[in-house]
Design a protein around this ligand. Structure first.
Ligand code: PAF
Length: 288
């Protein structure tokens, strides 16, 4: 696997592949790679001739009091994992390559509505940062397809809508969340958990599973389902286990609006603090 950090090096390789008529799949990451990221590379191989990955800890998507300075950076280990997964090219730009004028003077991409609630509310400006960097990386790599993990469910919806709204000729491939045996979704931020927190953290996913079962049971019995009341109960269980729920909502799977009686494609979205880590997770519930 070749690693490049300059834009012209990336463009030259992409151009050479294009001249050979080859297709390109793209996996953007912030590094500190785990099996979830590698599953994106594995999926990417199914959709194109060449796979390009990027590692860039994007300052625009971190809030002022967030963990950008301490965000784990493990480049050598990441390169080994990407090589083993058969990645063809890795792009590792420095911030001044991506934002040469600095963040304050940088044009940005805002995807309205879908970016507003949940993680968008708890982390103001986060999805503007995500949409901007993904748009910029798409312009640099010009992939045919791009793979994103469904653990970041709202992020996938934001990117899907950005691609549609801005007519980008790129197919977005959502990839299922990889979990530990305990049910805990793999995340770079799990590295912040102590052994004790690691034992309590699976309470988040367990509560989502409980809530999904209640919804399915209510639907099967043709009962009216109290989405808000059930979500409150699930949040209480998470808090009782020692986490601190940031949000937990049952939503329409595409619009992410609060679920209504008529919706059959749902997603439960949740975030909770566990020690120093802010964990996010979700569970899709398809009723019909
Ligand atoms: O999901 C991530 O790791 C990041 O949000 C992404 C998509 C690489 C953009 O920085």
């Amino acid at each position: 696997m070749e690693t490049v950090s300059k834009i012209n090096e990336l463009r030259e390789q992409v151009k050479a592949w294009r001249q050979q008529g080859l297709t390109i799949a793209f996996v953007p990451t912030m590094g500190n790679l785990h099996a979830g990221h590698i599953s994106l590379v594995t999926e990417a191989h199914k959709h194109a001739d060449k796979v390009v990955a990027s590692i860039f800890v994007n300052p625009m998507q971190f809030g002022v009091n967030e963990d950008i300075e301490n965000y784990p950076r493990t480049m050598a280990d990441d390169q080994q994992k990407l090589t083993a997964a058969g990645t063809d090219l890795l792009f590792t730009p420095k911030p001044d390559i991506i934002y040469p004028k600095g963040l304050a003077k940088q044009s940005f991409v805002e995807v309205p509505n879908i970016s507003d609630g949940y993680c968008g509310e708890s982390r103001p400006g986060h999805f503007r940062g995500v949409a901007t960097i993904v748009c910029k990386l798409f312009n640099l790599v010009q992939p045919d397809v791009a793979c994103f993990g469904l653990k970041d469910y709202q992020q996938v919806q934001v990117i899907q809508i950005m691609v549609e709204d801005l007519s980008m000729p790129i197919k977005i491939i959502p990839v299922a969340t990889i979990r530990e045996e305990s049910g805990l979704a793999l995340s770079s931020r799990n590295g912040y958990l102590t052994a004790e927190e690691k034992a309590t953290a699976p309470a988040l996913y367990k509560s989502l599973q409980w809530l999904a079962e209640q919804i399915r049971a209510g639907y099967a019995q043709q009962d009216s389902i109290d989405f808000i009341g059930l979500a409150k109960q699930a949040a209480k269980t998470i808090n009782d286990a020692g986490l601190h729920t940031d949000y937990l909502h049952v939503c329409h799977a595409q619009t992410l609006q609060p679920a209504s009686e008529d919706d059959t494609q749902l997603v439960i979205l949740a975030a909770a603090h566990c020690g120093k880590a802010r964990l996010i997770d979700n569970l899709q519930v398809n009723l019909a």
